[in-house]
Design a protein around this ligand. Structure first.
Ligand code: MLT
Length: 406
């Protein structure tokens, strides 16, 4: 009989967001009327439609595919069309990062790349993640048989772990960082990121920098890209996404930047990380569809930028509404300033799944229990700003009603 990958026995039974949707389905079956009023602020899925510039570009590209002369099949490199990689490189330039177009790999999103990148590292690698963290880093490392160690993100560091918060004795080979952070909403300052870059250089580690939420940054001391930090090209790759930036959660498009000077130890001495990732993608990935790449290109035009900025501002307003309510209720929170996520302490010492069930059953509001992101989340809860102003206000009213009598 074929044998399963035994590493799967070390995973939690369900992926976090699958477990949440299972609980919502059970609740909906048992309470069909209450379920009609459900406000979903759990998974960070956008709710505002794609902006007109993006839709027009995508439609036009589909029309090209309908004509013999302009039809396209497989893309030659599978790494993204030049038009999109040049547009992304120009976007980086706008916020001060030099990212050559030929170091950009277009992908179907940050989730896949942050999980798949583990393929090119040795199975016995030590992977440092912050606790809490986006569960993909931990799950994919475990699937690959790697050892996961943690740096604590907690009240003491504003839920933004620094190298000194890693207390283990192993030397990490891989370091996953996410800023603005999912789930805690904290964002590293340039100085803090520089500490991580120096730490990685001293330990010969590679930083996998998840910048999926960079577009939410408004404060100038918080870098939009790790490549604006001195020395980062020697230690880091960066993964970014159009999901939250421009509403591509359904259309799927992201990109990963791999500086050509990065190397990994290999049987022959050293091998280029860029070559390894190209080799991996060449075997397992055939590129993003042409219409989606054209739609993505439109995000980076002046028109696309103006339109997507309006959407981002809309979500920012929701974050403010949540921050105001939590402040009124005297609840400790992080996030919301440079992030679509607000991360707060569960009231009355409640555990996060207990609070999740209470919110679902009594307030009919779905959030995400912090425990799903790590040990340091067991008493924390995450809400997203990806909703309407009306729903966000209503959810906050329900939260107040729920908590004031407690
Ligand atoms: C989240 O809610 O943490 C994110 O939406 C998950 C994702 O982007 O995959």
């Amino acid at each position: 009989m074929a044998k399963m990958n035994p590493n799967f026995t070390k995973l939690k039974k369900n992926y976090l967001f699958i477990e949440i949707s299972k609980r919502i389905t059970d609740f909906t079956k048992a309470n069909p009327d209450a379920a009609k009023n459900l406000i979903r602020m759990g998974i960070g899925d956008v709710t505002r439609p794609l902006v007109p510039a993006v839709v027009e570009a995508g439609k036009k590209a589909f029309d090209e595919l309908a004509v013999k002369e302009t039809f396209r099949g497989y893309e030659d490199s599978g790494r993204g069309y030049d038009f999109l990689r040049e547009a992304i490189s120009g976007y980086y330039k706008d916020f001060g990062a030099e990212v050559p177009a030929d170091e950009i790999f277009v992908s179907d999103g940050a989730k896949s790349d942050s999980g798949n990148i583990g393929d090119i590292f040795a199975d016995d690698s030590v992977v440092l993640v912050t606790d809490p963290a986006y569960p993909v880093y931990v799950d994919s490392s475990i699937m690959g048989g790697k050892t996961v160690v943690y740096a604590s993100s907690d009240e003491s560091n504003g839920f933004a772990a620094m190298p000194e918060n890693f207390k283990g004795s192993q030397t990490p080979d891989i370091i996953y960082l996410c800023s603005p952070n999912n789930p805690t909403g904290s964002a590293y300052t340039r100085e803090q990121l520089k500490s991580w870059v120096d730490y990685a250089a001293a330990n010969k580690s590679i930083i996998i920098y998840d910048a999926a939420y960079e577009a939410f940054i408004t404060e100038s001391d918080k870098p939009r890209s790790i490549f604006t930090v001195e020395g980062a090209r020697k230690v880091a790759i960066e993964i970014a996404s159009l999901s939250k930036t421009a509403g591509f959660t359904g259309t799927r498009c992201g990109y990963t930047v791999v500086p050509k000077e990065l190397t990994l130890e290999s049987p022959d001495g050293e091998t280029s990380l860029f070559d390894l990732w190209s080799r991996r993608q060449g075997s397992k990935f055939n590129g993003v569809s042409y219409p989606v790449q054209r739609a993505a290109e439109a995000v980076f035009t002046p028109e696309g930028q103006t339109q997507t900025r309006e959407t981002l501002d809309y979500y920012r307003k929701n974050a403010e509404i949540m921050q105001e309510t939590l402040t009124q209720l005297g609840i400790d929170f992080t996030g919301g300033n440079n992030s679509p996520y607000v991360w707060f302490k569960c009231p009355n010492g409640m555990d996060s799944w207990e609070f999740f069930d209470l919110m679902l059953s009594k307030a009919n509001v779905v959030g995400t229990p912090g425990a799903g992101f790590g040990q340091n989340g067991i008493n924390r809860f995450r809400l997203t700003s990806f909703n309407t102003h009306e729903n966000t206000r209503e959810a906050m009213e329900r939260l107040k009603k729920l908590l004031l009598p407690l």
